[in-house]
Design a protein around this ligand. Sequence first.
Ligand SMILES: Cc1ncc(COP(=O)(O)O)c(C=O)c1O
Length: 402
Amino acid sequence: MFTKADIKELTNKYIMNTYGRFDLALVKGDGTILFDENGKSYIDFASGIAVNNLGYNNKAINSAIIEQLSKLIHVSNYFYTEPQALLAEKLCMNSFADKVFFCNSGAESVEGAIKLARIFANKFSKRGYKIITMQNSFHGRTFGALSATGQEKYHNGFEPLLDGFTYVKFNDLTEIEALVKNPEYCAVIVEPVQGEGGVNIADRDYLKKLRELTFKNNILLIFDEVQVGLGRTGKLFAYMNFDVEPDIMTLAKPLAGGLPIGAVLAKDEVARAFEPGNHASTFGGGPLVLSAANAFFDEITKGGFLDDVLKKGDYIGIKLNDLKNKFPKLIKEIRTIGLISAVEFYDLKAKDIAAKLIEKGFLTTAVQDRVLRLTPPLIIKKDEIDSLIGNAAEVLNNSVTK
Ligand SMILES: Cc1ncc(COP(=O)(O)O)c(C=O)c1O
């Protein structure tokens, strides 16, 4: 068996240097717990990056994969397959959408949404190709998704980006009101909750008015729910918290229980713009991944599952606000909806706090410089939340006394 030092050496020698990694090699997971190569356990408040919504070694997902494995792993989209048809029906029956396109990642789903918006404008709404997007947003690393991303730090060095994206302030309609009237624009893309941007939650009123404005001006509304869709906010889809339906929605991360997947959902009147040959994916919607996705979807839509997420979301919100009250000079703000939360510090570096929490046996993620994000598996237990809060208090206490 390779030691962590061996793994680190090989990784640093042969893997391109695109990730800052914590000093931890993980080998196994079960439920909400991950284990390193020495058998030390960690309670997971990260879920990959908001992927493992059902935790690790989930029986329903494992059985679905094992059963499908011996039947059919891959076949092209020139043929029909049952897992794809079944998941598409489930997604449509449980959302605003009538049609789905399957791909392999979040970025790809955003690419698909951009292409759909553009071809819809070309064929039907007769508007231009430009898209309004939000400052501080994150939509992925491929060129279309990167161009839609409203954070300069991700653009630097890769210019020129794709033409036609205008970045406006999130949660603020001032600039949008004029832009939507401009016939050069065909769509607005927004995360109802900005995940990578620091867990910034849209106001209900803002999204409602944005919907009215986009309807009125015949411009499409795209919700990127790659990070916050599929139970993360305590509702099946994040838009359900705001009573606002988009025209197009992107999904990915947790949808196939940890296997790579992406999906673009749309209403019929929009989806009809795609015809054979317009868009495609070799692997998208493959039977192995989609059988896992069917199992994942069935689990999170079981009676009571999402109610429980909501309850635990309320609980973590109370606990985090107690923590803020204990450390008012360190913690600037708590933002939380369902089981995605942010602890924003005044001065502390979120990465340093995440590293100290790893030493104590907890995995979290740092987004932005001073924001610690919690995205535990949705099966997290209350005593595990208590344990995190207790240990975070110790870490913060040490930061004060140092
Ligand atoms: C809202 C959102 N969209 C798109 C992406 C890109 O997803 P992927 O890394 O699967 O390409 C992410 C990833 O964090 C995301 O949070």
